[in-house]
Write a protein that binds this ligand. Sequence first.
Ligand code: SF4
Ligand code: SF4
Length: 177
Amino acid sequence: MTQVGFFIDVTKCIGCKTCVISCKDKNDLEVGRNFRRVYSFETGEFPNPRLAHLSISCNHCDKPKCMENCPTTAIYKRKEDGVVLIDHDKCVGCKYCEWNCPYEAPQYSEELGRMTKCDTCIDLRENGEEPVCVTSCPMRAIEFGPIDELRKKHGTNSDIWGLPSSTITKPNLVIKK
Ligand code: SF4
Ligand code: SF4
């Protein structure tokens, strides 16, 4: 299996949320349901304060708490690339996965009565394209691909102020901060 993941360059992100909007548009998400979100936070100290932004979605973790705690085994990790998906025939919309995910990635759909989340734009990838958050970012702050390659290129950090420790779910995420 070639596990895939995301690289987020916080030093490039300007917090414009184009990634959030393109994801909402592609997945036809109503107000309040966001597969990708951008958090803004202050770092540094006077006289060198800094406003930083972190774009984040599901991290298709190696230890997915969402999957471990799903009472109907609706959540599974796809064999070929480790993408974490929800089987809507099994999901009963109980929201346990939302409560258990430290990244708040699963999002409840009122219309479907099921949980929904980032699937890494599987349909686009099958046509040789990249996830829409990657291609829409004007700052090229998001990369997607085999996590081993992203780690070789950008290092292994997946922790940043404001996020839970990466030891909890072992996210397939690399952050440059
Ligand atoms: S589109 Fe790029 S620059 Fe804009 S918020 Fe998203 S990651 Fe940051
Ligand atoms: S980020 Fe959350 S929803 Fe995604 S695989 Fe990890 S624990 Fe599950």
